[in-house]
Design a protein around this ligand. Sequence first.
Ligand SMILES: *[C@@H]1O[C@H](CO)[C@@H](O)[C@H](O)[C@H]1NC(C)=O
Ligand SMILES: *[C@@H]1O[C@H](CO)[C@@H](O)[C@H](O)[C@H]1NC(C)=O
Ligand SMILES: *[C@@H]1O[C@H](CO)[C@@H](O)[C@H](O)[C@H]1NC(C)=O
Ligand SMILES: *[C@@H]1O[C@H](CO)[C@@H](O)[C@H](O)[C@H]1NC(C)=O
Ligand SMILES: *[C@@H]1O[C@H](CO)[C@@H](O)[C@H](O)[C@H]1NC(C)=O
Ligand SMILES: *[C@@H]1O[C@H](CO)[C@@H](O)[C@H](O)[C@H]1NC(C)=O
Length: 441
Amino acid sequence: MFQLLLFSQLMILTLGNKWSKNYNQENLCALKGSTVIMNLTYTHPTGLTVKDRFWIINPAPGKEPTDLRNEPGYSGRVQYLEHGQNHFSLRLSDVKETDEHMYCVRVLGEKKRTKDKYLFYPGVTLTVTELRVETPENVVEGNKTVLVCNTTCSLSETPAFIWYKNDRLIDTKNSNNTLTLQPTKAGDAGRYNCAVRGYDLLRSPARTLSVRYRPKNVSVSISPSGEIVEGSSVTLTCSSDANPPVQMYKWFKGTTSVGNEKTMNISKISSEDSGEYKCKCSNEIGYQYSNSVTLNVVGAESTVQRAVVAVSIVCLLIIFVILTVVLLRKKKMYCWSVEHTGAHGNIAVQSLAHDAPQSNSCLADQNEDQYANIAYPRKAMSSAVRSSEQALYADVQKQRDKKVKNHQEEGVLYTTVNISSSHRPKAETAEQHSVIYSSVK
Ligand SMILES: *[C@@H]1O[C@H](CO)[C@@H](O)[C@H](O)[C@H]1NC(C)=O
Ligand SMILES: *[C@@H]1O[C@H](CO)[C@@H](O)[C@H](O)[C@H]1NC(C)=O
Ligand SMILES: *[C@@H]1O[C@H](CO)[C@@H](O)[C@H](O)[C@H]1NC(C)=O
Ligand SMILES: *[C@@H]1O[C@H](CO)[C@@H](O)[C@H](O)[C@H]1NC(C)=O
Ligand SMILES: *[C@@H]1O[C@H](CO)[C@@H](O)[C@H](O)[C@H]1NC(C)=O
Ligand SMILES: *[C@@H]1O[C@H](CO)[C@@H](O)[C@H](O)[C@H]1NC(C)=O
């Protein structure tokens, strides 16, 4: 077979005496904007001298065809490639849709002083295609989506396709004319172009992919925010992210349906409106519930009551403070007079404790102020201070600090009280016990 083929080739080349042609491809699909090369290999009768050869378009009987280089619209885009006697190629650049014609080669020759013309017909039929991104009608989140880079004719040598999303090249696993999204995500929405590798600039027009999904992030907002007082107006709003937009809203209080608008207005709200609310958003893809929100209506009466209670407490406090101040003043004045008249400024503790009942209340008061934490030894307590060894005044300081203000008013601070302990006769005790009042101002 191969030998036969070789033989026939030799016949054509050496002994060939007739016209024969071989257009490499008779149907050519070219990408708009690209460059194509059409190839012809031919033979002509022996003895013929080829004077001229050129490519023409749309041959018609009775019409002398024009050299393609002179056809309007082709200037600058046509180049003839001559590879020896029997090969003749056309290089056409920047292919346009208007280039869709049949392309043939015309040969003008001379044999034995007679002119001979020949048309290699039929020639190459050129079709021009653009790239087009095809997307399914209904792209749903979670499902598989296949985008196709479509052409109107099949491009010759199966080319590698590349894809762009929002003008950025995307990494694709396969290089055929499909782009598979599986599963489709909401984020896959965007503008897509495709192109043939090597012709990155000849991109398809952009195609917008819209991904549909059921409502997401359904939430309820309450206006006004804060405490809801009985009798006021409240608006609940249901918001969500959905594509297509939410087509149906439904409100529930507990399990009872209470509304079917995006917003739910409750005017003159009452405590019976308290409860758990949620909304349900639906579109044609699906539905989604919001979380429950709790509406807590505070009774108007109880707010009044609370106000009354608060005011009452404040009034009582004020009255109490005033009373305390008045009482303290009175007492202080009384004690002052006792100290100066009765004890010449030196107060004998035991006399205050035992001998002067009229000043007991004053002493008690003083004790409260200053001597609250005096620890008397048990014995001393029973036999009164005169027989005691020592009274301990450890915590006098603490007490004084608290009452500094009161004493400052009197201009006297009682910081340390020392009672020297001794076993003296009863009568002398009053004078023997030294009571030191250091005055600090
Ligand atoms: C024509 O030949 C050239 C060079 O050999 C080649 O690149 C091109 O693809 C051929 N054209 C067709 C349509 O086969
Ligand atoms: C999406 O996928 C689900 C299950 O795979 C199928 O039931 C549904 O029909 C698909 N939706 C679309 C629009 O193709
Ligand atoms: C590609 O385009 C052709 C012609 O426009 C059309 O018939 C075909 O259905 C398309 N293919 C796809 C996968 O969209
Ligand atoms: C493209 O390639 C992928 C993976 O290689 C394959 O699954 C798919 O069927 C191919 N599509 C076409 C149209 O050839
Ligand atoms: C919706 O919720 C998802 C997480 O559940 C979050 O990532 C996204 O940002 C939310 N979108 C909006 C618009 O709130
Ligand atoms: C609730 O009130 C708002 C503003 O007053 C209004 O836009 C909305 O339509 C009302 N909604 C209903 C369900 O009445």
